[in-house]
Design a binder for this molecule. Structure first.
Ligand code: FE
Ligand code: MN
Length: 330
């Protein structure tokens, strides 16, 4: 069965036999990672947040990241259900999209849980993109990439249509989940390493573990579409994707500088910028495009903990590394 744009010969309600084993493996890995935010105690976070454990800069960092992620998770969920699901027709891929949509609901629930336990004003949290220009720019950047497939009557008839679709996939899987999330992950995990906002940090760890599967699935989906539609991904389109990613890196670096203007947590905005370049180079590799930065990872503890490594080794190690149930032993 074709991965997108199914023909009349194939029944989209028949998942067996499975054509794309990798999609099934991502589904199983997602199930093995099951968690819900209410499992994570927030008492220490609440007393730190109410007390004077955090500097003003650290408080701003927490607020900005909760603000950015709360909107971004919802944008991602809506993109799956309202834009992608119709066109990704292979049943095992749709099964993964349903799983991912559920995980995005868990992530949305995480920000409800954080907002409630820390006592945020919802208008303040969910209006963050309106007040912080670098957050608004990130959101608008990915939403712009998906406008053409959002228009009524869009179909995948021509190579140009498939390119429009690939642009959406690059925008959400590679840029939003694969680049725009990562400075925030590093900031929140950096705080947690200093025993600050440990409950929120642990929730970000769980989210990051989920997101690394989302990015992996998205990249494999993109690459399978390229294989099946060899004329869609032209050299010119490869250049366009490279430019989109480098533009996204600049936006993410701007966000890092604004969210972390001074050296806090023993980490500087310069290091966050380097980390964003390092992560973006991994994305270029995954898309078979040349590395653009050659920057070393300034936070080696992120890849130990996080799992850029596990992303890379996914098919070598199979899913055993993920079989940790709800626990976080990497
Ligand atoms: Fe998510
Ligand atoms: Mn996601």
């Amino acid at each position: 069965m074709p991965i997108i744009n199914n023909d009349a010969e194939h029944d989209p309600n028949r998942i067996l036999p499975i054509d794309y084993d990798w999609a099934r493996e991502y589904y199983e890995a997602g199930v093995d990672n099951n968690w819900v935010p209410a499992e994570i105690p927030m008492q220490d976070d609440v007393s730190q947040w109410r007390g004077d454990a955090l500097s003003d800069a650290e408080r701003q960092l927490v607020e900005w990241n909760l603000g950015f992620f709360s909107t971004a998770e919802s944008l991602t969920a809506n993109n799956i259900v309202l834009a992608l699901y119709e066109y990704v027709t292979a049943p095992e891929c749709r099964q993964y999209l349903l799983r991912q949509a559920y995980e995005e609901a868990i992530h949305t629930d995480t920000f409800i849980y954080c907002c409630d336990s820390l006592g945020f004003d919802p208008d303040y949290l969910y209006g963050m993109y309106d007040r912080v220009p670098s957050i608004e720019e990130k959101d608008e950047f990915v939403v712009d990439l998906t406008r053409s497939i959002d228009r009524p009557g869009f179909t995948l008839d021509t190579d140009e249509d498939v390119r429009e679709f690939l642009r959406d996939l690059v925008g959400f899987y590679v840029i939003m989940e694969g680049i725009f999330f990562y400075a925030g992950f590093a900031m929140m995990l950096g705080l947690k390493r200093q025993n600050k906002m440990v409950g929120v940090g642990q929730q970000f760890e769980y989210i990051m573990r989920d997101e690394s599967l989302h990015v992996g699935f998205g990249v494999d989906l993109i690459n399978q579409i390229r294989t099946e539609n060899p004329d869609a991904w032209t050299a010119a389109f490869g250049d366009e994707v490279r430019d989109l990613l480098t533009e996204a890196v600049e936006l993410e670096k701007l966000y890092a500088h604004e969210a972390c203007p001074d050296e806090i947590l023993g980490m500087s905005s310069e290091q966050f910028a380097e980390y964003v370049e390092y992560v973006a180079d991994r994305r270029f590799e995954q898309l078979d495009l040349p590395e653009q930065y050659g920057t070393d990872n300034p936070f080696p503890w992120m890849s130990e903990q996080v799992d850029l490594n596990k992303e890379k080794n996914f098919f070598e190690t199979q899913v055993t590394e993920y079989r940790s149930g709800g626990s976080l032993d990497w």
